[in-house]
Each structure stands twice: as C-alpha cells, then as structure tokens.
Design a protein around this ligand. Structure first.
Ligand SMILES: [Fe+2]
Length: 486
C-alpha cells in the first residue's frame, strides 16, 4: 500500500484505520472478573484493509474484523482477526482497494467482476459448530470459533439460494433453530424476500419466497415462537441510481414503515403486511406472541439516522435532533386491519439491544442497550470531535416499566454495543453481566467493562484493559463455553 487513507469522518478519531491482527494473552484487569464468566464475547466491525478505491467510503464498507474475548477462571484472553472474505483476499493479493462504492459493483475494478463483494463486518453468530460472520449484502463466511480462521463462504451446503442473508438472524432457545431471511434476495434491487430456518445441526428446514411491496432495507427481524416479523425501513433501493453514480439507498419520508409478519410454519398466502407512519424502525429488542397477537419491541426513530444515505435532495437530519421511542407493536393476526397498535415503553435514545438470550422470542422483562445521553458532558478538547454514531452510556431497561439503570462511560469515552452473559444457565432472567467495549478517546485505547446487569449504576466490577484501540464495532454476541466445548 503506497497511498494514505483519506482524512474523512469514516477514517478519523477512534475510527482511524487499525488494520492490526493479533492475540493478547491474559489481559490486565482492574477489579475482578467473576469466576462464573465462562465463554466468549465475539464482536465484529469494519476496518478497511486498503484506502478506498473511490477516495472515501461510508463506515459500513470496511472489511470485517472479528474480536474474541475469551473468559475462563477470572482471566480474559483476546484474539483479533480479519474475516478472509474473497474480497479481502483479492485486495490483499493486489495490495490495493479493488472494490468501489458501498453495494455498487459498477464502480469495481474489472478484475473482480465475479468475486463476492460482501465484507462480513456486521455481526458474528454462533450456530451448528460454526461462527458465522455476516453482512446483509452477501452470504455469511464461516469461521473456526476457536482460532478465528476463515473456513469458507457459507451457503449451508449449497441449499441457501438467495444472493444475501441477514446479519441479524435469531436463534430459538427452545429448538436451537437459526431463523433468518434475505432481502433483495435475487440480487440488485429485487423485491424478492426469502425466509429461512435451519435446525440446530445447520440443516435447512424451511425456505419461503415472496415479494415485498417495494425494495427497501430490511436490517433486522423479530422472531417469536410462531412468527417472524421483518421491519422494512423507508430506505429505498434503486440499482439504476448506482449505475448513474448515486447511492443504493435513499431515504423517502413519504413511505410508511412496513412490518411483514410471517408465520414460521405458514405459507406465502399467510403473510401479512402491516403499515405504520414514516419513521425508522431500529434494531429489534425482542418479539413474542400469544398465538394470534404478535408483539415486537424496538426503538423507532422519527427520522433518518443514516446520514450517508440521505433523501432525494441530499438532506439528512442532524443526529442530535432525532428522537427515539422504544415501542411495543402489536400485530393482530385475527383482525383484518393492517394497522398495528403501538405502546411507548420509553422515550430514550437507546439502541443496539440485547436480551437474555434464554428469553429470545418469549415474554421477557429486561433489555440491555447503549444510549446517547446528550445531557452528559463531552470533552471534545481531549477526546476529539464526535463523528458518526455516538453512544456514551450502557443501560438495563425494565420493559414492564420503561425504567432504566445506567452507567455513563465518562466525558472522554464512547461505548460500543453491550452483550449480556447470565451468571448461571438456570439462573433467573437478567441475573448476570453486561459486557461492552468502551473507547477511551483521549488515550486512543479501549477497555472492556463488565457490569452487574441489575446494578448497572454502581459501575464496572471489572475493567479489562486493552492496550490498543478497537475501532467502532457493529454487533456481537456472548457465547457460553458449552456452545463450543474445548
Ligand atoms: Fe444491525
């Protein structure tokens, strides 16, 4: 590589390229890591290997790099390794960026015409003996969960025919099934959606194809015992636009939120499309059902959070002007109405939710999230300007009341998505720990903090010191040691 990276917001402050792979054995700890923490916190984020071919890139275009924090007997070890996607390998061989703009193959170097473009930077999910590194514009890559070696592009033994797969599948804790979907499932900006289930051995048990009302982003899903809900975000896709040099997604404030409700054992004729006024449905907290009524909890924002996917006039709101409500939608499958009812659980800028995974798809009480608390101070002189997504607080939310217990990371810090680890397999819901990376922006370094999920406001019980900077990650998961026996 002979070119420098551009000095643009995607590549500045804590998001300067890091590009380092390695291992750290027995990390330094302040406080005490609980002995019962036995498992791995896997997380992934973008870290572009080479300067962008097009001069700049949006934050979602970077190569996926996975971190594994492995906990055993009060110790923590760390591995940090790129996903060896076909794209990563092609660019490494050429020692330069060959792929162009985000989800725009028309801007690629001709030499990579038939190479899979996905960068697997959005989520890492453990299923059927594999760690799947995922991004919604392509199939996952399977990795060895113990070494983080990349095994192969994963299409479930050739059974998964869609050209992409969500980065937010859900795992049914009762059956071990992985439930997911693909949008634009025949490529480009097709309205085709494919719904999939795979059993705990990774065998495909369900495949259902249908068309949505339009082609738009479907980033996450809710999965209850009997239903799957796909929130369609009013970010409209248009391949003709990227052919002309534009951006694949465009915010349209005239388009409704559409919630697609799919009976997990049903047929295409059983699918229902519910509509709610224009807004941005965020990450799904959880879903549950009573047979006829399906409930979906998620933050809903009153405008477009993706400043790099603006509207037709090139406009996007100032992030600090947006308002978030944590909403519980109810979709009544026995009513002919296509309007869901909504109850607002809380008004708080909280996102990147996790629940106690043993309660996924079931009635539950607790959510663990990060929040942007703009009432708290930020020392830009020491910590640098805020660019892009910014969160500074971890919280536990009681979904029955909307009340929260929170911990503010400090005026020179920002947080990344937290995960939840239960104290013991048969313990009560929400008894356990919240683990999350905190960026110490003034020190250009990161920590991993461990908080008591029920006493978040008391601060970390352990701080695992990382003598390096972990760029802003996207998603991750806690995986108990029993999932991948040593
Ligand atoms: Fe996501």
């Amino acid at each position: 590589m002979t070119k420098p990276f551009p000095h643009t917001p995607t590549f500045m402050t804590i998001d300067e390229p890091f590009r380092f792979e390695g291992e750290l054995f027995d990390l330094e700890v302040e406080g005490t890591i609980p002995d019962e923490l036995d498992g791995t916190f896997f997380r992934v984020g973008p870290d572009q290997q080479f300067p962008p071919k097009m001069g700049d890139a949006n934050p979602f275009n970077g190569d996926g790099i996975v971190t594994a924090f492995r906990f055993k007997d009060g110790h923590a070890d760390m591995q940090h390794r790129y996903v060896r996607t076909d794209r990563f390998l092609a660019e490494r061989a050429a020692r330069r960026g060959l792929f162009g703009d985000y989800r725009n193959p028309f801007t690629d170097d001709p030499s990579v015409k038939n190479i899979e473009r996905t960068v697997s930077n959005t989520n890492v999910v453990a299923h059927a003996g594999q760690l799947l590194a995922m991004k919604e514009d392509g199939p996952p890559y399977a990795m060895d969960p113990r070494t983080l070696e990349t095994r192969q592009l994963w299409d479930w033994h050739g059974r998964m025919k869609a050209t992409s797969f969500t980065a937010h599948p859900k795992i049914d804790p009762a059956t071990g099934e992985l439930v997911g979907y693909a949008y634009a499932a025949k490529g480009g900006d097709s309205r085709d959606i494919a719904f999939y289930s795979f059993d705990r051995q990774g065998r495909m048990t369900r495949e259902l194809w249908f068309q949505g009302p339009h082609a738009s982003m479907i980033h996450d899903c809710g999965v209850s015992e009997r239903y799957t809900v796909l929130p369609m975000i009013p970010q409209m896709m248009d391949v003709e636009r990227i052919r002309r040099g534009g951006i694949l997604f465009q915010w349209d404030s005239k388009v409704d939120q559409v919630y697609v409700v799919i009976p997990r054992d049903g047929e295409a004729k059983d699918i229902r499309f519910f509509r709610a006024p224009n807004a941005l449905p965020g990450h799904v907290i959880n879903a549950f059902d009573d047979g006829g009524k399906v409930y979906l909890d998620l933050p809903v924002v009153n405008g477009n959070v993706f400043w790099f996917f603006p509207d037709a006039q090139g406009r996007h709101p100032d992030p600090s002007s947006l308002r978030t409500q944590v909403v519980r939608w109810c979709f009544d499958m026995n009513s002919p109405s296509d309007t869901p009812t909504a109850s607002v659980i809380a008004e708080i800028s909280a996102e990147f939710p996790h629940v106690d995974d043993r309660y996924a798809g079931r009635p539950y009480r607790y959510a663990f999230m990060q929040a942007s608390d703009w009432t708290k101070p930020y020392n830009a002189d020491k910590a640098g300007p805020i660019m892009g997504f910014f969160f500074n607080t971890f919280l536990t939310m009681d979904m029955n009341t909307g009340k929260t217990k929170s911990w503010f990371a400090g005026d020179t810090s920002s947080t990344q998505e937290p995960v939840f680890a239960p104290t013991r397999p048969d313990g009560p819901e929400g008894e356990g720990y919240v683990l999350g990376v905190v960026n110490r922006r003034a020190e250009h370094r990161s920590d991993l903090v461990i908080l008591d999920a029920q006493r978040m406001d008391e601060g970390p019980i352990a701080t695992v010191k990382i003598p390096a900077r972990l760029k802003y990650g996207i998603h991750g998961n806690w995986v108990p040691a029993t999932t991948f026996p040593r």
